[in-house]
Design a protein around this ligand. Structure first.
Ligand SMILES: [Zn+2]
Ligand SMILES: [Zn+2]
Length: 140
């Protein structure tokens, strides 16, 4: 079942869209409450203004699956769904190639972090092994 989403604070049904890298927030246009945080792909966000009529007023319909809500956002005036765009972490618009490079850089950073975690794990293991050897020396 699909329902029209309303603000949990004031019951308003018109939202403004607040851009964030990789997600966006639906903010109640009446009282400013952040009603939802909608996850997108990495370095993707939504355009704040309707690409058809330039309105910043959006409505949302929500379908519920168990614990998750599936949002459909559309312009309150002309029912066009907001367009997406790619942005860097400072919300500057970027092209697809730049986005790919950023994702690659993040992957490398994550891998390096994982490698240094493994290295310190190995050091801990090596220390435990050598500590055991010393115990044997004492006993023998
Ligand atoms: Zn509200
Ligand atoms: Zn519109």
């Amino acid at each position: 079942m699909e329902i029209t989403k309303s603000c949990s604070n004031c019951g308003g049904v018109i939202f403004n869209l607040n851009q964030k890298p990789g997600e966006y927030e639906a903010v109640c246009s009446e009282c400013g409450t952040i009603v939802a945080n909608i996850k997108l792909e990495k370095y993707e966000t939504v355009k704040k203004y309707c690409s058809n009529c330039n309105s910043a007023r959006f409505k949302a319909r929500v379908k519920r699956y168990k614990d998750t809500e599936n949002w459909t956002v559309e312009c309150a005036e002309c029912k066009t769904q907001p367009e997406f765009k790619y942005v860097d972490s400072e919300l500057n618009e970027i092209d697809e190639k730049t986005r790919e490079n950023l994702i690659l850089k993040d992957t490398i950073t994550e891998l390096n972090l994982r490698i240094s975690e493994l290295e310190s794990e190995l050091e801990r293991l090596a220390y435990r092994v050598s500590a055991k050897d010393e115990t044997f020396d004492i006993l023998s």
